[in-house]
Ligand binder design. Structure first.
Ligand code: UDP
Length: 317
């Protein structure tokens, strides 16, 4: 893209103060980009980007991405990461979740089109809903309840994927769609309700670990550095259809709780709580496409990633 001018590449990251957004900003700065971060702090926090204060290649704009994005400079890449992403958050902010996935994606695509930039949508394994195909391949269309409590997130992201493909087909925009599976690491919000911060904070406080249902539902957890590397490679590829990025090592929520108790050295016990409605029974990415196209696969074993995450949370509980 900058072959002639050799200008420093410029990236716009929406959701830059969030868990994934802030790690993406760090990687882009490390790889020589100038970065413009946008966030309205609805679920993100300034703490995640505080270390960037004074970095002349980083600029922050506090704005809701559903409002018009005006930037008076060239942009090469738009990374659309803004959205509440934990079930507790999107239950609390269902309308904002629908708006950022629809209107926010429209604004971010409009910015990319205006700047002739390449666009990447952070989509989700939630587009598969409570999947009837296991592990999930990208060509599975999903099993989503549009009117259930998770519908606001799942349908917003499905709409966002459809809108991204429409911009690709009609405007010939260079677009990428990553379907992100459960990811964990430092900078997750302690109280975001997701299983990783919930279990680690409960274990560190000596409180019971709240396993929903009988804990036999499965998830597959990817460490954040692996995820961000996959996302970066996808943007640089020339592949417009969705690509799963996640770690295919699958375990039950109950096994996960026991592992957290072991790794924290906690004396917490396990308390079983009701299973939330529409909680997916099984989730594991089929990452054959990412392996082949991006030469990517996760490198960080669960135990190594969890130890780093536990260290981060230790100083914060
Ligand atoms: N979960 C749990 N206890 C908690 C939080 C979550 O047992 O305190 C379960 C939840 O029911 C789900 C899994 O852990 O089966 C992962 O939940 P999370 O909220 O992290 O995200 P999801 O993968 O459902 O989007």
């Amino acid at each position: 893209m900058n072959a002639k001018t050799k200008r420093t590449p410029v990236s716009v990251v929406t959701g830059a103060a969030g868990f994934l957004g802030s790690h993406l900003v760090d990687l882009l700065l490390a790889r020589g980009h100038r970065v413009i971060g946008i966030d309205n702090f609805i679920t993100g926090t300034v703490d995640n980007i505080a270390h960037l204060a004074g970095n002349t290649r980083f600029r922050f704009i506090q704005q809701d991405v559903t409002e018009f994005l005006f930037l008076n400079e060239p942009v090469d890449y738009v990374w659309h990461f803004a959205s509440p992403a934990s079930p507790a958050d999107y239950l609390e902010f269902p309308i904002q979740t629908l708006k950022v996935g629809s209107l926010g994606t429209h604004k971010a695509l409009g910015l990319a089109k205006h700047k002739r930039a390449r666009f990447l949508l952070a989509s989700t394994s939630e587009v598969y809903g409570d999947p009837l195909v296991h592990p999930q391949t990208e060509d599975y269309w999903g099993n989503v309840n549009p009117v259930g409590p998770r519908g606001c997130y799942d349908e917003a992201k499905r709409f966002a994927e459809a809108l991204t493909m429409a911009y690709h087909r009609e405007h010939r925009l260079q677009t990428r769609i990553v379907r992100i599976f459960n990811t964990y690491g430092p900078r997750m919000r302690l109280n975001d309700g997701r299983v990783v911060p919930a279990f680690i904070s409960q274990a560190l406080r000596g409180k019971p670990l709240t396993v929903f249902g009988d804990g036999s539902q499965t998830r597959s957890f990817c460490y954040v550095s692996d995820l961000i590397e996959g996302v970066y490679r996808l943007m640089l590829s020339n592949y417009p259809l969705p690509v799963n990025i996640g770690n295919p090592t699958e375990l039950t929520v109950l096994e996960f709780a026991r592992q957290i108790i072991r790794l924290t050295g906690s004396r917490s016990r396990i308390a079983f709580k009701p299973l939330p409605q529409d909680d997916p029974r099984q989730r594991r990415p089929d990452i054959s496409r990412a392996r082949k196209l991006l030469k990517w696969e996760p490198k960080v074993p669960l135990e190594v990633g969890l130890k780093k995450t536990i260290e981060y949370f230790r100083t914060r509980v």
